[in-house]
Design a protein around this ligand. Sequence first.
Ligand SMILES: [Zn+2]
Ligand SMILES: [Zn+2]
Length: 159
Amino acid sequence: MFAELEAVFNNDGAVLALDYEYDIGDASVVTPVHVEGEIINRTGIVSMKAKAKFDYSTQCALCCKPLLRHATIPVHHVLLTELQDEDFDDLYVQVENMRLNVDELISEDIWLAIPSRFLCKEDCKGLCMQCGQDLNEASCSCVKAVDPRLAALSQLLGE
Ligand SMILES: [Zn+2]
Ligand SMILES: [Zn+2]
């Protein structure tokens, strides 16, 4: 969605409500992204506050189990018609010609906010490195590789 913001920038107190869905165009996001919030001019400062909600699929980093997660990503930016040198922060966004590509801005925030690594549960045991057995479901009979330094130590101790 493109937001035409001339009326918001020019009128103290003006509000543009956001409540729409868009397709982010990535296979891992399995629902449209639902955006809810507003762009508001408070005493001349225009800011955007919104939440982006969607479901996405990923997998456990240890056992590779497919996971479906729901995400709510908070979005907060101060919109400026011209950036100053000191506005290097992600908080500040320049709006050229009073026209903002809202989808693009929200998508950037989403990719920054989604963690790159997931576990199906905190104590996931993962897969056996040798036979691939899911150790959450059953143990396997593979011999655990013994650290050669420990083996030498147990010899010294006469075990
Ligand atoms: Zn797992
Ligand atoms: Zn095994």
